[in-house]
Design a binder for this molecule. Structure first.
Ligand code: UDH
Ligand code: NGS
Length: 290
């Protein structure tokens, strides 16, 4: 399957086909600072799909042509009503990731109207739906409003869960607090299964990432991070969401609910699925109550 098929002319008439196995991809080693400069001018999704589609496999998937990818990464984006951000995100994230020598696919998990937004539940859904397509070894949960700024920030999953969005321009490129796990975070399939995914109890803004942070600590996992000069991001501008007043209460109770609130308790319907040139789109209705 993974091979170079080269046609060699022999004696001018006979042809032989030599099949050489492809080498395993090497992670890029970039010694010097290597800024990634995102293009944040607004473009329609149609234009982004037309421009980038030919470089990708349908559904926003990519794998290097000249080597076998070491990392198979599902990029899971919780989403609702941020179409301007989505096209800017797609344009930049593909350009950024195509040079990383990884195999990946972009999953956009959109919540239907009605209930308050539930970022964590959408990420659980993204995990379950992505696993139906392929046994990904790495999951990167990615806010649609964050764009990476340095090419050394590799989108793979190390032995410990990795918090990726360490230094965001909006927070003056400083980590807000040590246990934060929001924005962009990377977990192996095993990590995610071990902690039963995210809690489904966080409707509205805030706390679901802190709950995951507690789950990780409870499982004796530690949050890894790249240094602040690598894990740099810019945040696209948007309205502030109303914070969920129940988030602190949820956090206190959360630790006792790990085993029965998460991947094993999520209920949802996929109303619609579509494979676009630059992303796989799932329109999900949550069947859990607030
Ligand atoms: N998201 C959507 N649609 C929404 C809400 C959230 O798509 O209506 C997704 C999107 O991927 C977004 C992510 O969830 O990037 C996180 O939501 P957010 O961008 O609203 O949260 P963030 O932490 O907000 O980026 C920073 C503003 C602080 C809000 C303070 C509350 N009082
Ligand atoms: C904490 C929130 C987290 C959030 C973090 C950074 O206060 O969910 O702020 O948010 N925790 C609670 O509300 C309990 S940010 O400044 O990026 O909007 O990720």
């Amino acid at each position: 399957l993974h091979s170079n098929n080269s046609l060699n002319q022999v004696n001018g008439s006979k042809e032989t086909i030599t099949t050489e196995p492809l080498p395993l991809c090497q992670d890029p080693v970039i010694e010097e600072s290597s800024p990634f400069v995102p293009n944040i001018t607004l473009e329609s999704l149609d234009v982004i799909n037309d421009q980038l589609g030919p470089l990708l496999e349908p559904g926003g998937a990519f794998k290097p042509k000249d080597c076998i990818a070491r990392h198979h990464v599902a990029i899971v984006v919780p989403f609702r009503d941020r179409y301007a951000h989505l096209s800017i995100f797609l344009r930049n994230i593909h350009k950024f990731l195509m040079q990383q020598r990884i195999a990946y696919r972009i999953f956009i998990i959109e919540q239907t109207n009605g209930k308050p937004f539930n970022r964590a539940a959408l990420m659980n859904i993204g995990f379950l739906e992505a696993m139906k397509l392929y046994k990904w070894d790495c999951f990167i949960f990615h806010d649609v409003d964050l764009l990476p700024l340095d090419n050394r920030n590799l989108y793979n999953c190390p032995r410990q869960p990795r918090h990726m969005s360490v230094a965001i321009d909006k927070f003056n490129y400083k980590l807000p607090y040590r246990t934060i796990f929001g924005g962009v975070s990377a977990m192996t399939r095993e990590h995610f299964l071990t902690v039963n995914g995210f809690s489904n109890s966080y409707f509205g803004w805030g706390g679901e990432d802190d709950d995951m942070s507690n789950r990780l600590r409870n499982a004796n996992l530690f949050i890894a991070r790249y240094p602040i000069n690598i894990a740099r991001y810019t945040m696209l501008k948007h309205q502030k969401e109303k914070a969920n007043p129940k988030r602190y209460e949820n956090l206190v109770n959360g630790i006792n609910k790990i085993g029965n609130d998460g991947l094993n308790s999520i209920k949802y319907d996929i109303y619609s699925y579509k494979s676009y040139p630059t992303f796989s789109w799932y329109y999900a209705e949550l069947k859990i109550s607030e």
